[in-house]
Design a protein around this ligand. Sequence first.
Ligand SMILES: [Zn+2]
Length: 291
Amino acid sequence: MKWRDREQSRNVDDRRASSGRSGGGRGLPSIGTLMFLWPIIKPLLRSKLGLAVVGIGAAAYFFMPSIIGGGSSKPVSTAKDDEKAAFIKTVTADTEKVWGKIFAQAGERYPPATLVLYRGGTRSGCGPARSGMGPFYCPEDRKVYVDLSFFDDLKRKHGAGGDFAEAYVLAHEVGHHIQNLEGTLDKVQRAKMRLSGAEGNQLQVRTELQADCYAGVWAHQAQKQFKILEPGDLEEALTAADSIGDDRLQKQAQGFAIPHTFTHGTSKQRMEWFARGVKSGLMKDCNTFAQ
Ligand SMILES: [Zn+2]
């Protein structure tokens, strides 16, 4: 996907620094600390032994936190992490432009979802968000939560790497935001209270497949407006849709699949609905509830 040097979303709540583990070393001591310590340091600098003491002291100041932490703490923000964040913000901006236009054509204003980036864990309007949960949308606070480590998993565990696979997953979450704005999530939630577990899951599957279709609509329109696709991109997204179908995930986890417990749809269904959205580019072709 062509994303570098393109506009990034501003609707971002970047919590990577506060949500992840604490950083490795410390930053530079403040001027105040230096001024406070200067009367002690100054005479020491005159002798070799004193210099050694100051050197060891400084080394301890900078490195002790990581030694105490058993060397397990990682820097909060690495270059790779920043690159991933830049990519996610660019895709988010693309979803804002595409949905903004679709809403405007219907005479409405599109209120964008806020993107929350975190590592490790954070609080969401829908309860605690933890690494390993995968990206999700919380209708209560209208925010998409993305744990940066998820995309490593997508590649490692599910064999679905590639930037457009990641873009598809993000566009799917924004699809849930669209469903929230349309009132669909509310309706499904209310209907599920009246239904049995299996029937409720059926409805949940239709909700998920519609979000896949909306992700396809986004891909279609984004390609039309910004020419973002590179060869192999759509295949990457389809592989991702295939690899995170409920049947596939259940088989991976327990060795067999139980259809009535599916809440996301089978791999085949997910691929079909995403492809349908890509082909048509229209929301009206995403009525998974009518089928
Ligand atoms: Zn979903």
